[in-house]
Each structure stands twice: as structure tokens, then as C-alpha cells.
Ligand binder design. Structure first.
Ligand code: NAD
Length: 379
């Protein structure tokens, strides 16, 4: 089996799909790995490190893709990014598939079978393949570090001979994987932390990390979790009650980290400009949902916007700001999935298209759209 890793086609992407230690393991199991020169540099992985791990270095994308059975990628390659890949080859990565059927069909034109890692079911067997969790966990940590760097005050309470510095007050909105890590990180730095979510299960998790839970706990809240464990989109009436509660709470906060997402939908708007303006000058908001439309009115991708002295930080690829760590975990997620597609005897690809992991993630098979998320309704 020949595995290819090419430079990400998005120049802003710092992560790489395989790290040298994972390459070494794959080569040890008999796979051949080709890495395009420079693909890992932004994540601290040099061509030399890949070579030492047993990979072949290709001088161009075309050379890396030529003859590959599998292309591993972080993001969906740009249009034309699969030129040179042989028909039937697999492409595995984060594909951002919602509403992108046409782009994905065009990409798979040469007969590629494309898999979207973010659609992996959150079942025990697939935990090791859960790229949403591995990346969100690091993003939650980094969001607090970014907030601390922008904040002109200390996080912990400090009692000194020259006086006492009060602890920062941090509020985390959305207590999923990223939010829980943000709570833990802000607590470690010494902030007084509160958090909110629409899923009742989050209440206990927030409390277990030593943070205060703040939420509208009505009948709708009690049923806000889908069977897959995600949040539902809330009604306008709930949103209005939530906004009222948040408005009074937020005015007393120094740091706000927003992480709220709903799969396949734009991010819910949780903070209005009026709420931003109610905060003290010097306060910092980090909007982790900026790439999906943002939880905060006025947040802009890859910018720090200032509104009446309040900074709104909107880095688009926060996991990519820890490229070495996020690539290391991502590479393990990918190879764990790849192992399920390979025969233990022949070490060659042997895909069981009825496997629930394959069914959940396969967008195209040999070039044809097969997943309900991307398939036209009448196809
Ligand atoms: P996510 O990234 O989709 O969303 C982040 C958080 O935002 C979620 O907790 C969600 O409830 C919250 N949210 C959505 N709308 C909101 C609103 N209007 N106001 C406030 N909060 C809002 O979620 P995630 O981090 O991927 O996790 C979703 C769930 O899946 C969690 O229960 C998590 O513990 C669970 N999970 C399970 C596994 C597993 O293997 N079983 C793995 C990872 C996560």
C-alpha cells in the first residue's frame, strides 16, 4: 500500500496529516509512504525527519500523488488538488462537506473515494479516530492562552507587598470538548470560571472542573441533546431567555471564550455588540466558532477586533496554532481509521463498505457521491 502526504493546498494550514513517528510505524507494518518536500515544516517536521522515519520525499505534489493508493490530508484539497491520483484511490481528511456536494464531486472526478473524518460516529470503537475531539481539545487550551496574551492583567489572584491583584473572571460558552478544556486551562491559570451550555449533561461536567454552571434550565434545555450527543438548534424563545441571562452575566466578566457549534449549521449567535459593549475596557473575548460564522457579533476571521476597548479575538484555525501537537494527534486519528480499511493478512486496502465507520464517513466511492450530506436530493 502506498500512502501519500502532500503539502496542504490551503497556504494558511500549518498542520500536516502524518508526523514522522507515525510514518515510522506505518513503514514498520509494510506500507510505503511518500511525503511532498516541505509538507511538515510548519508543524516542525523536516524532510530529513520523514526520511529517517522511512518515507520517500517527493519533489512535487504530482510526484507524491502518482501511484498512491491513499492520500492523507488535513483539509479538503482545493479544486484540482487530486490531479494525478489514480482512480479508486482513497482520500482521507477533514472535508467540510455540508453544502459542498458540487465541489466534492468535482474533486473526485478522477474516481477518488473521499472520506470525511469529522463525520466519524462518536462511538467507543471510533474514539481513537475522533479528529473533532483531538483538535477541539487543543483549541480550547490555546483559546485561553490567546486570551491571556491579549489581556492586560494577570489571571491569578496575587497578594503582594504592593497590593492585591484580583483574579480574572472567565466565562466559557459551550462546554463540549473545547469548552471543557478551556475551563480546565483557565482554572489552572487561576481564573474564577463559569460556563454555560444548552445540554444538561454539561452541567455536571462543568461542576466537576470546579466552575460555576450558568444556564436557562427550562423544559427545552432538558431535551437539547440529540441521540448523537450534540446540541440541537434552540428555539427563538429559548435564545431570548438565554440572551437575557448572558447579558447580565457577561458584563461582570474579564474573559469570555465561546465554543458553541451545531453540526451542519451556522454557529449560534450568543453575544451581541451591546453585550460586548457592556464589558469593561481591557476585557477579551475569544470566538472559537469564527470559522463557522461566529458566536460573537463582529468577530472576524484571523483578526483581533476592538470594540470600545474590548478585544474580540477570532483566529480561524486555532488547533493549527499548536501545529506540532495537533498534527501528532491528528496523524494518530487518521492511521487508526486507515488500519480498519486494510487487510491484516495482505496489508493491502480491503474496504468493507458496510462497516458503520465507512458508511458514516465515505462521501464518494470511485468518484460517485454516495453520502446523504453531499448527494443531490433526486440522485
Ligand atoms: P460541538 O463542538 O458540536 O459544540 C460545542 C458545544 O457547544 C457543545 O457542548 C454544545 O452543546 C454547545 N452549544 C451548542 N449550541 C449552544 C448554545 N446555543 N448555547 C450554549 N452552548 C451551545 O460539541 P463537541 O465538543 O464536539 O461535543 C458534543 C458532545 O459530544 C459532548 O457531549 C461531548 O462530551 C460528546 N463527545 C463524545 C465523545 C465520545 O466518544 N463518546 C467524544 C467527543 C465528544
Amino acid at each position: 500500500m502506498r500512502i501519500a502526504v502532500a503539502k496542504e493546498t490551503d497556504p494558511a494550514e500549518t498542520r500536516v496529516a502524518l508526523t514522522p513517528d507515525v510514518v515510522k510505524r506505518l513503514v514498520g507494518t509494510g506500507a510505503q509512504v511518500t511525503v511532498e518536500s516541505g509538507a511538515g515544516l510548519a508543524a516542525g517536521a523536516t524532510d530529513e525527519a520523514y526520511r529517517e522515519a522511512g518515507a520517500t520525499i517527493a519533489g512535487s505534489r504530482g510526484e507524491a500523488l502518482s501511484g498512491a493508493d491513499v492520500l492523507l490530508t488535513v483539509r479538503r484539497p482545493a479544486a484540482g488538488g487530486l490531479e494525478g491520483l489514480k482512480p479508486g484511490a482513497l482520500v482521507i481528511g477533514v472535508m467540510d462537506p455540508y453544502g459542498k456536494g458540487a465541489e466534492i464531486a468535482e474533486l473526485a472526478r478522477n474516481g477518488a473515494s473521499i472520506f470525511a473524518m469529522e463525520l466519524m460516529p462518536r462511538i467507543t470503537r471510533a474514539q481513537v479516530m475522533d479528529v473533532l475531539s483531538s483538535q477541539a481539545n487543543l483549541a480550547g487550551y490555546r483559546a485561553v492562552i490567546d486570551a491571556a496574551a491579549e489581556f492586560g492583567r494577570a489571571f491569578p489572584q496575587m497578594m503582594t507587598a504592593a497590593g492585591t491583584v484580583p483574579p480574572a473572571r472567565a466565562f466559557v460558552m459551550g462546554a463540549g470538548v473545547a469548552g471543557l478544556q478551556a475551563i480546565a486551562t483557565a482554572r489552572r491559570l487561576g481564573a474564577v470560571v463559569s460556563a454555560t451550555d444548552v445540554r444538561p449533561a454539561a452541567k455536571e461536567q462543568v461542576a466537576s472542573l470546579g466552575a460555576k454552571f450558568v444556564a436557562v434550565e427550562d423544559d427545552e434545555f432538558k431535551q437539547a441533546e440529540t441521540s448523537a450527543g450534540y446540541a440541537k438548534e434552540m428555539s427563538d424563545a429559548y435564545k431570548a431567555k438565554q440572551a437575557e441571562l448572558v447579558a447580565s452575566h457577561i458584563a461582570k466578566q474579564d474573559i469570555v471564550i465561546t465554543t458553541a457549534l451545531i453540526p451542519g449549521r451556522p454557529a449560534p449567535r450568543l453575544i451581541t455588540t451591546a453585550m460586548v459593549k457592556s464589558m469593561k475596557p481591557g476585557s477579551v473575548i475569544v470566538d472559537l466558532a469564527v470559522e463557522r460564522g461566529g458566536n460573537v457579533e463582529g468577530s472576524k476571521a484571523d483578526q483581533v477586533v476592538e470594540v470600545d476597548g474590548v478585544k474580540i479575538v477570532g483566529y480561524a484555525n486555532v488547533a493549527g496554532r499548536l501545529a506540532a501537537s495537533s498534527s501528532a494527534l491528528y496523524a494518530k486519528n487518521l492511521t487508526a481509521f486507515l488500519e480498519t480499511l486494510v487487510s491484516k493478512e495482505t496489508k493491502e486496502l480491503a474496504i468493507n463498505w458496510d462497516d458503520e465507520l465507512v458508511k458514516a464517513t465515505a462521501l464518494t466511492r470511485d468518484g460517485a457521491l454516495i453520502h446523504p450530506i453531499v448527494k443531490p436530493a433526486d440522485a
